[in-house]
Design a protein around this ligand. Structure first.
Ligand code: FAD
Length: 432
């Protein structure tokens, strides 16, 4: 059975320039080409790392939902040179309005830099930055064999792809083995580091940690796009959130052609335990907000394709890294969407991980650097996970996030400079 990419030598450090792909000698396999995996791959490549992404889907899905790229996520992607593409594609959102069910304004916030985007556009922009030959679509990973991290780096070259089979990767000549990614078609590939970025329901994160079970929040998101060109201007330009006792509706623009994303958060209907993302009748969402502000009716009247997503997160867990395999994005810290931060945190992860791996010198060094990545990221993602969950509880109890003091100042979220945090973490590994 053929193997894909990433054959070759255990790595050896060489000087890296900003775009000198492959100069570190380090080879990284990324499982999952969502926003987290794609950003990590691009950041790693900019740091001179040889990287391959394995995505189970055949292509970036043309349909999908919207998301808000906040200042903290934008900073990372702009640092990677994607600012112009993002600015040319996303919809700048300057204000966020909190409204009662009848449309009464409760509060208005300055959003800072916030770009509404189609998820597929965002992922495509990042993947395009990777160029050709890096992303392998249609490659479903079914298992990851962790390596062993008992040895030190001698630079001995014995690594080869293993093909289908069992066990860990080939011995590097030091008593250590490299991790192996195994695919549904029976093929496999080795790398020095495997980044597991396959999302909330990660199939392979269990190779690294025993995770707490998924924790359903009791809410479902009903999502879709509409043509907002016929809507009053404020509906097509701002982020609006209508807040009711046990449900709320969010809308914001996602492109520069008038497309508006809506996400209705409603109590999860019974009898849906096995399903988590599927199409529903638009009448369901219209019915859920019947009698609300006429603006909500104007939005939902245009809903054609509506997808339901049952919300869940997990309690924080550790470790995120084991013997050359490391978790990133929702695979590491799945969070509820009530701070709009899941993707933004995944993007931050990639910047920090890449900065740390930039100057990695060998397997033992990689282990320390992956531990530093976790130590840098965990306190922050734990906090965002927790606050996202508490916001969800506030919504469910009709105690809206405005009434929670911890939401009054979110500069710690949006003002965070992940590239700088990565550089600081990496500096600790340099000789003084
Ligand atoms: C209703 C809702 C609204 C949200 N709004 C926002 C928002 O406004 N802002 C924000 O920052 N976040 C938001 N989020 C959260 C955000 O969607 C996630 O946190 C983010 O997508 C996580 O990125 P990821 O790359 O870690 O995982 P994913 O986006 O889930 O990507 C995982 C990728 O891995 C692939 N994959 C899965 N299994 C395998 C496998 N076995 N082999 C190979 N590939 C595999 C998948 O196909 C996918 O491409 C929202 C979430 C929801 C539910």
């Amino acid at each position: 059975m053929p193997t894909a990419g990433l054959t070759g030598r255990p790595f050896r450090r060489a000087p890296a320039g900003p775009d000198d792909v492959g100069v570190t000698g380090l080879r990284v396999a990324v499982v999952g080409g969502g926003i987290g995996g794609a950003t990590a791959a691009l950041a790693l490549r900019r740091h001179g790392v040889d990287v391959a992404v394995y995505e189970r889907r055949d292509t970036v899905p043309p349909v999908g939902s919207g998301l808000g790229l906040a200042g903290n996520g934008y900073r990372v992607l702009a640092d990677l040179g994607l600012g112009p593409a993002l600015d040319a594609t996303g919809a700048p959102i300057s204000a966020m309005l909190l409204l009662g069910p009848d449309g009464t304004e409760i509060a208005r916030y300055d959003t800072g830099r916030l770009l509404g985007m189609r998820r597929a556009d965002l992922v495509r922009i990042v993947l395009d930055g990777l160029g050709t030959g890096v992303v392998h679509h249609g490659r479903e990973c079914v298992a990851v064999d962790v390596g062993s991290d008992t040895g030190s780096d001698t630079g001995t070259d014995t690594g080869t792809d293993t093909g289908a089979g069992t066990g860990a990767g080939t011995d590097t000549g030091t008593g250590t083995t490299r991790p192996v990614v195994r695919f549904a078609d029976g093929s496999s590939t080795e790398a020095d580091v495997v980044v597991v970025a396959d999302g909330l329901r990660s199939r392979v994160a269990a190779a690294v940690a025993t995770r707490p079970p998924l924790r359903p929040s009791g809410m479902s998101a009903l999502r879709g796009f509409i043509d907002g060109r016929g809507l009053p201007g404020h509906l097509a330009a701002d982020q609006n959130a209508w807040l009711g006792a046990d449900r709320h509706l969010l809308s914001y623009p996602v492109d520069q052609h008038g497309t508006v994303n809506f996400a209705a958060f409603v109590p999860r209907p019974a009898g849906s335990a096995d399903e988590w993302s599927f199409r529903v009748d638009p009448e369901v969402v219209r019915g859920a907000f019947a009698g609300w502000d006429p603006d909500t009716a104007a939005i939902l009247a245009q809903a054609r394709e509506v997808y339901r997503y049952d919300l869940a997160d997990r309690d924080p867990f550790a470790p995120w890294a084991r013997a050359g395999v490391v978790l990133l994005g929702d695979a590491a810290h799945p969070m509820l969407p009530h701070m709009g931060q899941g993707a933004n945190q995944a993007i931050e992860d990639g910047a920090v991980l890449a900065a740390l791996l930039d100057e990695a010198g060998g397997p033992a060094d990689v282990a320390d650097r992956l531990a530093a990545y976790e130590a840098t990221r965990r306190p922050r993602t734990d906090r965002v996970q927790g606050q996202s969950r508490r916001n969800g509880e506030r919504f469910a109890g009709a105690r809206h996030p405005t009434s929670g003091g911890e939401n009054d100042d979110l500069s710690w979220v949006y003002g965070y400079d992940a590239p700088a945090a990565g550089r600081d973490a990496a500096a600790a590994f340099r000789p003084v």
